[in-house]
Design a protein around this ligand. Structure first.
Ligand SMILES: [Mn+2]
Length: 348
């Protein structure tokens, strides 16, 4: 079923859909730049952009009729007969919303972000292949960086080396700012690379991802610079056990909250429940954080086509932290770990 058809099934109405976010413009039309909007009805498909992108829009979106944004919004919405417009309430400025609801007075605007996003939760075979390739670039970057990391290098140098390797391997960008957090900085779950120099005995958490053909990868490994001490070993083994058992608990149809519970239970029983503050995992796709999530509050059931991270962590203020993250895909009843980098205690 086409993506637009699935969209209208979710909305269950004859209205039009106005799309204003890059991920949804890309998903529904194939247009790979920002600065474009879509207006879609059951019969019509318009892409609204400016002259910088006309050639690109014609190439990438052959099913869409191109409309010059210069013509103005009254012209754009005048193209359709529908009076009800579903829109992305989380992806529109207050200014634009006011302008649209003020000027396009004959139309009723109804927030429909969740319904518009929903088809993206179930990746098709083609999308799964792309994400697998993206994750492979991350795996190769990790293997590359293990040969390079040395005492005295800054976190920023390590991050740049990972990023440049991924770009050379076909990535068009980064999923997010690379996290390279060493020593006590590794207690910050999102410690973006700094000028801190890597020292002997440091834990080093590397969390990174690239964008490849429009889709994100995401992985985390924690390594020790030199031989790990007993506490580093204890925490690493705990996080690894939580991650391995959580992955083992995944099957198509499982409650996402139950997968979180497996990892959280293991970490809590060891006395570190307070040190695992975030959810176990999130979906990955065109965006780095998508739904559903492996979180205690999730009410979602895992379905074929879902791609989620499994990333438990233990963070101890003033000491450091450990996180290990793989990307898991569910495809026709099969559970596929897209991340192949080793997880046994890596000492550098
Ligand atoms: Mn992640």
């Amino acid at each position: 079923m086409s993506r637009v058809k699935r969209l209208f099934e979710n909305i269950k109405s004859d209205g039009a859909v106005f799309i204003s976010s890059y991920p949804n413009v890309f998903y529904y039309s194939g247009f790979s730049s920002a600065d474009a909007y879509l207006l879609i009805t059951a019969r019509e498909r318009y892409i609204i952009t400016d002259s910088r992108y006309f050639v690109q829009a014609k190439l990438e979106c052959p099913d869409f009729e191109l409309v010059d944004i210069k013509k103005g919004w009254e012209y754009v919405f005048g193209l359709i007969k529908e009076d009800t417009i579903y829109f992305e309430e989380n992806n529109i400025s207050y200014g634009m919303y006011s302008m649209l609801t003020g000027k396009v007075y004959a139309k009723e605007f109804i927030p429909a972000q969740a319904d518009i996003n929903l088809p993206r939760q179930k990746k098709d075979k083609h999308e799964l292949e792309i994400i697998k390739e993206a994750e492979k670039i991350g795996d190769m970057a990790f293997s590359h960086i293990l040969d390079i990391i040395k005492v005295g290098m800054s976190e920023r140098e390590v991050a740049f080396e990972i990023e440049s390797y991924m770009r050379k391997s076909g990535a068009t960008g980064l999923s997010f700012d690379t996290i390279a957090a060493s020593g006590v900085r590794s207690s910050m779950p999102h410690g973006v690379a700094s000028d801190k120099l890597i020292a002997k005995g440091d834990l080093l958490t590397l969390d990174f991802g690239c964008v490849y053909n429009g889709y994100c990868s995401d992985m985390t490994r924690t390594v020790v610079i030199g031989e790990p001490d007993s506490k580093q070993k204890e925490i690493y083994e705990l996080v690894l056990k939580a991650q391995t058992e959580a992955i083992g608990a995944i099957y198509e149809g499982v409650l996402c909250a139950d997968v979180d519970k497996v990892a959280r239970g293991i970490i809590t029983d060891a006395g570190y429940g307070e040190n695992f503050g975030h959810a176990l995992g999130h979906s990955v796709g065109i965006q780095i954080h998508e739904n559903p999530n492996f979180s205690p509050k999730s009410t979602d059931v895992l379905q074929s086509g879902n791609v989620l991270s499994v990333e438990p962590g233990v963070y101890i203020d003033g000491w450091g932290g450990v996180r290990i993250e793989d990307l898991i895909a569910v495809s026709d009843g099969e559970i596929i770990n897209l991340t192949t980098s080793p997880k046994e205690h890596i000492a550098i």
